[in-house]
Design a protein around this ligand. Sequence first.
Ligand code: NZQ
Ligand code: ZN
Length: 386
Amino acid sequence: MKDFMYFNPVRVHFGKNAMAALPEELEKFGKNVLLLYGGGSIKRTRLYDRILADLQAAGKTVFELPGVMPNPRTEKVYEGIEICRREKIDLLLAVGGGSTIDCAKAVAVGACTDRDFWQAFFKDWETAEDAIPLGVVLTLPATGSELDKSSVITNVATGEKNSYDSELTFPKFTILDPTLTYTLPKHQMVNGIVDTISHLYELYISPPDGECLTDELAEAALRTEIRAGRAAAADPEDYDARADLMWTSSFALCGMLNNGKETDWASHCIEHPISALYDVAHGAGLAVVHPAYLDYICPDALSRLRRLAVRVWGVDPAGRTDEEVAREGIRRTREFFRELGAPATLTELHVPEEAIDRIADLTDLGCFSYRQLTREDVVAILRTVL
Ligand code: NZQ
Ligand code: ZN
């Protein structure tokens, strides 16, 4: 096990009654609140009305940043920064999925620097000195942003999708009510399941290979996600399944599963330029990229992929070579994504073959574990899923 430092300060309220905690959380912050949300789902579900009532009852002055788009863009962050500076915002309240939360995190640090937020944080990785506090009400379990410190923002002008994190961008509190996810369209739920499995894979399929608690926890989380994913696909209002999906996606990125591991993130590094250039949903991109990446590195990660196949997918190793077992685990991953309705090829994502070189050019080659990928490797991986 590698040495590690673990820190996660997020207060979590979880369950059917978790929204009841919002008033007590609001009391802890100043008067001016910026409410951030997406393209309107929270209005359709009436969650907006409920939150506004709580804000008004708490005596807050409410400003709004609506229209945070999936794969949130720099323009939206600038808009939020401008409101924060003008209105002296005391609390950012992000209601939605990873895109809204990530936008809020970028606004949180961007409003507290004199520098351009993109250059300072997402290019130069400057240490943030200050941030506006952030609270979260999660409506889409997927990214883990509600329990981590990362923010991922797209710069359409340059085709970059970069991330930034700081201990100041951890949410102060997160409300996780699984019933808020009943209204998710199936493909969004599936994107979330794929993203969660991908996060668990990025952490688990990395050295060291020996036995350790972190790997056992990751295996349990993977089995839970697969079981709950199937149950929620069959019955969208299966509370226990929704609760497991919500808690597993948050748990995946709370930091616990990084402990002692090298971690990988190659599939994420390849997927990010795809979603930046083609505005593909992150989970859909990963459904195509991640199994292809695993097939490519199978000889380098053989023992770990064999273990994944046996312990997570229940593959019987009797009479099979290690490579056959490992590849069967990858095949079952791909089949599970397919069974849920996720895409399997670049064509299904509307990404043309000619785009592969540009995607490879924009792929960050700094985050791999079992095998150091080159630009040519990225091209070769993407060519397997045309
Ligand atoms: O915009 P609205 O109308 O709210 O609709 C949203 C959006 O269209 C809809 N939705 C969310 N909750 C709903 C709902 N519709 C009905 N009922 C509900 N309860 O879902 C759509 C997608 O939302 P979005 O926030 O874009 O999805 P997700 O949570 O998957 O976030 C994706 C973004 O997070 C980044 C991704 O790259 C992508 O930009 N990531 C962030 C990470 C982090 N901060 O740690 C890590 C991840 O690996 C990822 O990179
Ligand atoms: Zn992800």
